[in-house]
Design a binder for this molecule. Structure first.
Ligand SMILES: [Zn+2]
Length: 252
């Protein structure tokens, strides 16, 4: 799940420095980020003061990823695609401007900046790891069973020789019973041999393993920099706060 789901992003002008200020309240306090250079936001945009719960506007993120923008005070003006709004559902493509001078803000840039401060959620990787681990276990079990089938051939042939030897030692050189048992064991050995051979020829373990690894390497990646995170169990990964490749912050 995206780490922004369920969050509220307060947006306004930064007091004094007049950059675009974004603020998000999370479990351990208020986190802020700024966009642009000093003085880049005009005075027509109201100040963002997260401690006082005031800003020009706010975006509430639903648990399903929907974004809704709220103009916070009647004297503020918020436009979506050129129309003045109080409350409006947003998409990344919407053109949002603030204040009478219509200061433009980029929704995608804002959500990206906020993700950088609250961190990127990696909780979906738990299932990716579990699926890989289970598939690998099934594959290894399949290979073990195949090895077992192939190894059954030897005991069958050894047993055939052994029974002949036992009969010989008790004085029975030739009898129908002996021949039947020997023949039966030979047939079993032959079935096992050819079945093992058939299973070896039709076995796709190597191809399946290759596909499994390929998919895992595509899916088990840092949500920010997309770098493969290696064959490390999710529980171990979860002990880190950052991705070890590009220090991308991960959400708790
Ligand atoms: Zn990363």
């Amino acid at each position: 799940m995206d780490s922004l789901f369920g969050k509220v992003i307060w947006i306004g002008r930064e007091p004094q420095k007049s950059r675009l200020l974004l603020a998000v309240k999370s479990g351990d306090g208020i986190k802020t980020a700024t966009i642009g250079d000093y003085g880049c936001v005009s005075n027509c945009v109201s100040c963002c003061k997260p401690n006082e719960d005031t800003a020009h506007c706010k975006i509430t993120m639903g648990q399903d990823g929907t974004m809704i923008i709220h103009n916070l005070k009647p004297q503020n003006v918020t436009y979506v695609n050129g129309l003045e709004v109080d409350v409006k559902k947003l998409s990344n493509q919407c053109k949002v401007t603030l204040g009478k001078d219509k200061y433009p803000i980029d929704i995608e840039q804002i959500t990206e900046a906020v993700r950088n401060i609250v961190g990127y959620s990696i909780s979906h990787l738990e299932k990716v790891w579990e699926d890989y681990d289970n598939a690998l276990y099934r594959l290894q079990k399949r290979q073990k069973n195949l090895g077992l089938i192939k190894s059954l051939y030897m005991p069958c042939t050894v047993l055939t020789g052994l029974i002949g030897y036992v009969f010989k030692s008790i004085g029975v050189e030739s009898s129908n019973t002996l021949e039947n048992i020997s023949m039966g064991l030979y047939v079993i050995a032959a079935i096992v041999l050819f079945y093992g051979l058939y299973r070896t020829i039709t076995d796709r373990s190597i191809e399946d393993r290759k596909l499994l690894d390929k998919k895992f390497q595509e899916d088990y990646v840092c949500p920010k920099c997309k770098h493969f995170l290696g064959v490390r169990p999710y529980k171990i990964l979860r002990q880190d706060e950052f991705c070890q490749y590009n220090k991308c912050k991960w959400a708790e």
